[in-house]
Design a protein around this ligand. Structure first.
Ligand code: FES
Length: 137
């Protein structure tokens, strides 16, 4: 990522190509995997924003075959987070590059507190992220 992008806090992760691929209802985000080809390859991620979501979400598909969801808001100054290729870490897109493990704990950078993680369940071709039951923090 370029320094200019870091200065302006521009992340690499994109929203879903198909806007109707996900919706928010009853404190849950529901995603239709058939409409999310960008999550077909391990290491890929999407960011979910808008649609009256109470907070931004980063959803990534890991090489372990599992999906992981995070509050997409760095604990330092609130910038967005991207996956770090080839690792099990996520990193803030800002200059200070706070880095977190998959539990949401900070492991380097300016952030001293964790970010929320959320359980993700797979069910009949859908993913469900429960926002009312964060894991750990
Ligand atoms: S906002 Fe993330 S390190 Fe500063």
């Amino acid at each position: 990522m370029s320094l200019l992008k870091r200065i302006f806090g521009i992340c690499e992760t994109k929203p879903p190509i198909e806007p109707e691929a996900w919706w928010y209802t009853d404190d849950r985000v529901v995603l239709d995997l058939k409409k999310l080809p960008e999550l077909s390859e391990p290491g890929n991620a999407i960011r979910l924003e808008g649609k009256k979501l109470p907070e931004r979400i980063l959803l990534l598909f890991d090489a372990d075959g599992k999906f992981h969801a995070f509050r997409n808001c760095c604990a330092h100054m609130g910038r967005r987070i991207d996956p770090v290729a080839g690792t099990r870490n996520i990193r803030c897109c800002s200059v200070f590059q706070s880095t977190y493990d998959y539990s949401g704990s900070p492991i380097s950078g300016a952030a001293k507190s964790p970010i929320k993680t959320y359980p993700v369940e797979a069910e009949n071709g859908k993913l469900i992220i429960s926002l009312n039951s964060s894991i750990g923090f």
